[in-house]
Design a protein around this ligand. Sequence first.
Ligand SMILES: Nc1ncnc2c1ncn2[C@@H]1O[C@H](COP(=O)(O)OP(=O)(O)OP(=O)(O)O)[C@@H](O)[C@H]1O
Ligand SMILES: [Mg+2]
Length: 303
Amino acid sequence: MKFAILSRNAKLYSTRRLAEAARDLGHSVRVLDPLRCYMRIANDDFQMHYKGRAMSGYHVVIPRIGASVTRYGSAVLRQFELMDTFTPNPSDAILRARDKLRSHQMLAAQGIGLPATVFGDNPDDTNDLLSMLGPPPHVIKLNEGTQGAGVMLTEKLSASRGVIEALRGLYAQFLVQEFVAEAKGADLRCFVVGGRVVAAMKRQAPKGDFRSNLHRGGRARGIKATKAEQDVAIRAARVLGLGVAGVDLIRSARGPLVLEVNASPGLEGIEEASGVDIAAEIVSYSAQRHKRRAAKRAAAKRK
Ligand SMILES: Nc1ncnc2c1ncn2[C@@H]1O[C@H](COP(=O)(O)OP(=O)(O)OP(=O)(O)O)[C@@H](O)[C@H]1O
Ligand SMILES: [Mg+2]
């Protein structure tokens, strides 16, 4: 099969591993920079060019679209979809996952556990907003934050108010959550491929911190997620429509709670911690889904 990987940089670990896995499994593969893909949108056909050459006939495209190119990248991916290329993560699913408020609403509506979360726009509403959440400690998260930067813990109501006031002054977008103390500074990354948890790792915060991000000094080790944790991770990916997802969970007294569903999860940390060849899992799953879809279409045509 003909594979494309949409990625800004062929040297990135995840991109490299996916290309390697595709080749090892006998496919042809090209890494395409989404920002160098350009397209013709018309009633008669959908075309895509790359650095002056027409692109066509790709069976599978694996998106590795970074947050900074979400909009253009998902338009390129949608063009591939319109040209009949299979993607494990459709453009609409990526857009849903990238929007924190939207994905929280969708997950909660499907009965998936989340830390209680509030957000609001007007400073006049801060007191009532915090009363909707309940007593501190609170976790305040910048929407733009990543790798633990921009995640703050406030122990007192006055501190929550002060931080919120400061963030509003900077026109920052944020949400406020209940602090899940039982998680004891650990979170779980479940890697979902095609409705299965193929690998999981536990990340533990360094002493004195509640954030388990590896960039904050957290430590990772491969574990086997419990049945309940696997179920929640699989359902979260399915609700957002993702075939490949990194689902972050914390363990609470009322069961696993979803912190985030990542549509472009990195492979490096988790392949190392778990010893699982996740790139091969993604490639095999995508090839299989493309094959099944092609067979279905051929059968429908014959009818
Ligand atoms: N409500 C909470 N209660 C307890 N601990 C939390 C809570 N939210 C986050 N944490 C801890 O803080 C860490 C960082 O939070 P989070 O994962 O939400 O932000 P991020 O890693 O900066 O951003 P993202 O994962 O969305 O890219 C989590 O991995 C977890 O260990
Ligand atoms: Mg995180």
